[in-house]
Each structure stands twice: as structure tokens, then as C-alpha cells.
Design a protein around this ligand. Structure first.
Ligand code: TMP
Length: 209
């Protein structure tokens, strides 16, 4: 879509995306790249305001379609105000979650289906897709254990039933099978060091950036 490179990290609860995003940023910056690190839901003031509506409160606060609409409202603002300007400057954008999360959590987890998410992506975002997506995969129980031990007040999705988390994990695997050139599954089990996106792993995944 533009001159920079758009990388997303995806995965279920406790998969370690935020830590790995920062490591990836450090590696790419040490090689002289200009890097913008951002996250969803959020990444712009308006989108951060919408985030709090989604990640706090009762699990049944919204149904799947309402969540998807809120997420795409936030995402449009984020893309227009943060992501596109950075890519236009030629930066590498590393984004912690993007549309694949809506597909996995709302499309598969909440059983909304693929079609509404695909339609919303066309209407709200002109079908923007990342250049590279790294999907950090690990057992649902291990991820939830890590997420719960982290604590915090953004627990709404962690509190959803285990079957929801199994559906979204399968969703991410299905997403990667449908788009194997863009999506790469990374085993996120074990220690943080062991699953680190080391320079050699990045080279294997990205080739020459
Ligand atoms: P985070 O914990 O990775 O910051 O994400 C906040 C929560 O929002 C997480 O539990 C997953 C959820 N989420 C969705 O359900 N759909 C989406 O499209 C996005 C971006 C996040």
C-alpha cells in the first residue's frame, strides 16, 4: 500500500506479543531502520478511548458484531492517524494485533463468521493487509495462566470461557493456512529467551528487509 513495511504480531492471551514486538523493534533499529511500534485496540488517542470500552467490564457487555464495529472504528482511526503516516515516511511499523485478531476473536471466537469481518475490512479500511504477520501460538491453558498471573484491569477477554479461547486459537491457525505467504506461525511455548525473535530467526522469517 505504501513505501514502508507493515509487520503485525498476533496470538491468543499470554502469547508474549508485546515482549517480542519490543525485541523486534530493538533488532531492526540496531540495523538502522526507522521503526514505529504500536498496538490494537488503540494506537491513536481516539482508538485508545475505544479500547477501554472493549477490554473492561462484563464479558457479555457487547455481542460479537458490536465488538467488531467498535474494533473497526478504532482501527480506521489508528490506520489514518498513525499507521499510514508512518508507512508514508518509509518507516517499519510493528503492530501488536490487527485485523487478524478481529477475525480470530470475533469471527471464530464469537462465531460471527469470516464474511462480516472481511466486509468490514473492505468498507472501513479499503482492504488493507499487513506485509508480514507473525502468529505466536501456544496452548490455551498455558497462555491463560501467564495472562492471569500478569493481572491488571483489562481482563474482559481473559474471563471468557475456555471454549472461546480454543476457537480463536484454531482461528489463527486457519488464518495462517489461508494466507501462508503473509502469515508465519511461531511456537510461543517455553521461556521468553527461547522464543525470542532472534536476529537469525528474523532473517529466516523476513529475508532481507
Ligand atoms: P491485548 O491484551 O493484546 O492488548 O489485547 C486486548 C484484548 O482485545 C485481547 O484480549 C484481544 C482483544 N481483541 C479482540 O478481541 N479483537 C481485536 O480485533 C483486537 C485487536 C483485540
Amino acid at each position: 500500500m505504501t513505501r514502508g513495511l507493515f509487520i503485525t504480531l498476533e496470538g491468543g492471551e499470554g502469547s508474549g506479543k508485546s515482549t517480542q514486538s519490543k525485541r523486534l523493534q530493538a533488532i531492526l533499529e540496531s540495523e538502522g531502520h526507522s521503526v514505529v511500534i504500536t498496538r490494537e485496540p488503540g494506537g491513536s488517542p481516539g482508538a485508545e478511548a475505544i479500547r477501554s470500552l472493549l477490554v473492561t467490564g462484563e464479558t457479555d457487555r457487547w455481542d460479537g458484531m458490536t465488538e467488531a464495529l467498535l474494533l473497526f472504528a478504532a482501527r480506521r482511526d489508528h490506520v489514518e492517524r498513525t499507521i499510514k503516516p508512518a508507512l508514508d515516511r518509509g518507516a517499519i511499523v510493528i503492530c501488536d494485533r490487527f485485523t487478524d485478531s478481529t477475525m480470530a476473536y470475533q469471527g471464530y471466537g464469537h462465531d460471527l463468521g469470516r464474511e462480516p469481518v472481511e466486509q468490514l475490512n473492505k468498507i472501513a479500511l479499503n482492504d488493507i493487509k499487513p506485509d508480514i504477520t507473525l502468529i505466536l501460538d501456544l496452548a490455551v491453558e498455558e497462555g491463560l495462566k501467564r495472562a492471569v498471573s500478569r493481572g491488571g484491569d483489562e481482563q474482559r477477554y481473559e474471563d471468557m470461557d475456555v471454549a472461546f479461547h480454543h476457537r480463536l486459537r484454531e482461528g489463527f491457525i486457519d488464518i495462517s493456512k489461508r494466507d501462508p505467504n503473509r502469515c508465519h506461525i511461531i511456537d510461543a511455548t517455553g521461556s521468553e529467551e527461547g522464543r525470542s525473535l532472534s536476529p537469525s530467526k528474523c532473517r529466516v522469517t523476513f529475508g532481507e528487509i
